[in-house]
Design a protein around this ligand. Structure first.
Ligand code: 9MR
Length: 637
């Protein structure tokens, strides 16, 4: 089998940098990740064959050139591009499998300082084409730039999937060493407590995920282990399910107030929920963002005039009705227990948004443009109440919910809707940062929302950190712990806590590592911090211990070796106990490797080295009141 080198996972590199300040321990891998992937397709263009590539615009000339090359002496050369979007595309159908994660790498160059995009296109069941940018590089000067192992996957049920390159203006494009590999496969940590079990007596635990995100088996495993609720990250938003062609057809037949929907892009996620009994948080019906401009315009024409309030009310009612009808009829067994009816209508000072087009300003709202103010909110809830699936609770959802002006505006609106029997709960997105807000400011806002008597859900929790040192991640863990403590305190009024994503690399804020799990699916200090001290955290048992006695029996001997200068927890014997020891301990337990220093690894002193020692060491590093022990007697000199 041909293999291609896959870079060590980011988490491992990160661990290395964060733990030692250098990259000298890059060989540490904290999971059973494959370090090689299988090459599915590779072309260095030395053979002169470019037949696998076609021009997107049909006008491009695609040939081999020896003018430049990264490897060997030739590369692919694309000229005669007439539009920005013209460029070479590579058909993936019949080559790749649905639901498997792959990586694509390539070297690219264009004219000076051009942006080059690597993107993916596919056509869904309704015939609509979707375009996703995977990565972009800026050609710094006139040299080569690299797309290095960019992850992608093909969603279920789509056809005509392509990878393609494009760049601004009509610059010629050069491409070399185009390679598609399978991505590394990670095993999730099965031997740590499940969050949904730990919090079972308090609230549901959820995650948001996109179709692409759940493609790898490890992501599915992670969600199923820790969550009993799933929010579709993008696939139930208006721009994902409004079917423009069907809307136009309906308008042509005389009714331009009955927007047509197609839930094709939501199916992979909804199927996953149905097949695994996961409850679904619907997100979102009425929102200024990710809602196409044409939805608010006459004849659904991007350049048409804004419709009247009356027309928009009818469109709103029919849209809500059609969305609910689609999920009820196709997914009768799925528990749609909550739905964000209206999203992000209030500004930090408690005023409403400016009315206008998104093209001018992403903060503009088409809804406010048509209605003149936020009066559409009540109608949205009234229609949702009328058509929602049975048992589905209705929420108003917003971010910066702790900004005083906004807190008050949401409170006032919620109380009014509550009196009218239209709303069931308030969704606090909770996109936080270690620096802002403080846990006490957050808790103050939470108390105010709880005081409405409505249900509260934490709908999109993530906490960014720019400091990716050990101390930075500990600070992040502390805020996570404080926020979850506050939620537990008000658990009677809180029915779900949802994290906005699964692993850091897949987050919308990936550059600031906001989630509980690393790219390699290992738990971060934040995970351990939120299970720490929870009364329902079950004893941690290692599957390694259950499956094989080899690792543990090495430490269970009655013959006590003489170990000088033993420092419990100092796994690498460098005289310090820090995150590097934690990474090594985790690696040793998970990979069932022979222990270099078993006495130091048995951090809870029970005679076994297993996941409980990882928890013990993590707690110690987080500054919790625990003592590191060893099964050996006190060190002798
Ligand atoms: O996570 C979503 C991301 O993939 C999209 O690019 C982005 C576009 O607006 O929306 C993200 O989800 C948002 C959610 O729907 C509403 N609250 C803010 C979230 C983060 O932007």
């Amino acid at each position: 089998m041909k293999t291609c080198a896959v870079k060590k996972c980011l988490a491992a590199v990160l661990s290395a940098v964060m733990l030692t300040g250098t990259a000298s321990v890059m060989s540490i891998s904290t999971t059973g990740a494959e370090t090689t992937g299988t090459i599915i397709y590779s072309n260095d263009f030395e053979s002169g064959d470019v037949s696998a590539f076609t021009g997107r615009g049909g006008v491009e000339s695609i040939q081999v050139s020896t003018q430049y090359a990264v490897s060997g002496s030739s590369c692919m050369y694309v000229t005669d591009r007439e539009k920005n979007w013209n460029g070479p595309q590579f058909l993936l159908d019949d080559l790749l499998e649905v639901g498997v994660q792959y990586t694509v790498s390539a070297n690219v160059r264009a004219a000076w300082y051009n942006n080059i995009n690597l993107s993916m296109e596919y056509t869904d069941e309704s015939g609509e084409r979707h375009y996703t940018n995977l990565a972009a590089v800026n050609n710094q000067g006139d040299g080569w730039s690299e797309f290095d192992a960019i992850k992608f996957s093909i969603p279920e049920g789509v056809t005509k999937s392509y990878l393609y390159f494009e760049c601004n203006d009509q610059s010629d494009l050069y491409i070399d060493d185009f390679t598609i590999c399978t991505a590394p496969v990670y095993e999730i940590q099965q031997d740590i407590p499940s969050l949904k079990d730990v919090y079972a007596n308090y609230f549901k635990i959820g995650a948001a995920a996109t179709t692409d995100e759940i493609a790898p088996k490890s992501a599915k495993d992670l969600i199923l282990k820790h969550c009993n609720s799933l929010t579709l990250g993008n696939e139930l938003k208006p721009d994902a399910i409004l079917d423009k062609n069907a809307c136009l057809e309906m308008a042509a037949s005389g009714d331009d107030t009955n927007p047509q929907v197609n839930i094709a892009s939501a199916r992979p996620l909804l199927n996953f929920c149905r097949d695994n009994g996961l409850s679904v948080r619907g997100h979102v019906l009425v929102w200024h963002s990710q809602t196409p401009d044409w939805f608010f315009r006459e004849n659904y024409d991007e350049n048409g005039a804004w419709v009247t309030k009356d027309v928009m009310l009818k469109r709103m009612e029919n849209y809500i009705k059609n969305v609910f009808a689609a999920v009820i009829s196709e997914y009768p067994t799925v528990d749609f227990y909550a739905w964000d009816v209206v999203n992000e209508c209030w500004l930090d000072d408690g005023s409403y948004r400016n009315g206008g087009t998104q093209a001018d300003n992403a903060n503009n709202s088409g809804w406010v443009k048509v209605f003149g103010d936020n009066s559409f909110i009540e109608s949205a809830f009234a229609y949702a109440r009328k058509y929602a699936p049975e048992g589905c609770k209705l929420y108003y959802n917003d971010f910066n919910e702790y900004m005083p002006g906004k807190t008050q505006a949401i409170y006032d609106m919620a109380m009014d809707l509550k009196e009218k029997g239209l709303i069931d709960g308030i969704g606090l997105q909770s996109h936080l940062d270690v620096g802002f807000p403080t846990a006490s400011a957050y808790k103050k806002a939470l108390e105010k929302f709880v005081s409405t008597g409505l249900d509260v859900q934490i709908t999109e929790l993530d906490i960014t950190t720019s400091d990716i040192s050990e101390a930075g991640f500990e600070k992040q863990a502390q805020l996570y712990s404080d926020i979850l403590d506050a939620c537990v305190e008000y658990a009677d009024s809180i029915s779900a806590v949802v994290f906005w994503g699964t692993t850091d690399d897949k987050s919308w804020r990936s550059s600031r590592y906001p989630l509980l799990f690393n790219e390699d699916f290992t738990a971060k200090p934040a995970y351990y911090a939120i299970i720490d001290n929870m009364p329902d955290t079950p004893p941690v048992t290692s599957t390694v211990t259950e499956q094989t006695t080899e690792a543990t029996t090495t430490t269970s001997t009655t013959e006590v070796p003489s170990v000088k200068n033993l420092i419990p927890g100092d796994v690498n014997e460098d005289g310090k106990v820090n995150g590097l020891d934690l990474a090594l301990l985790r690696q040793a337990v998970l990979t069932n490797q022979a222990f270099v220093m078993p006495a130091a690894e048995d951090t809870n002193g029970d005679g076994n080295v297993n996941a409980a020692d990882i928890v013990q060491l993590t707690r110690f590093l987080l500054g919790r009141d625990v003592e590191l022990k060893s099964w050996l007697p006190a060190p002798t000199n």
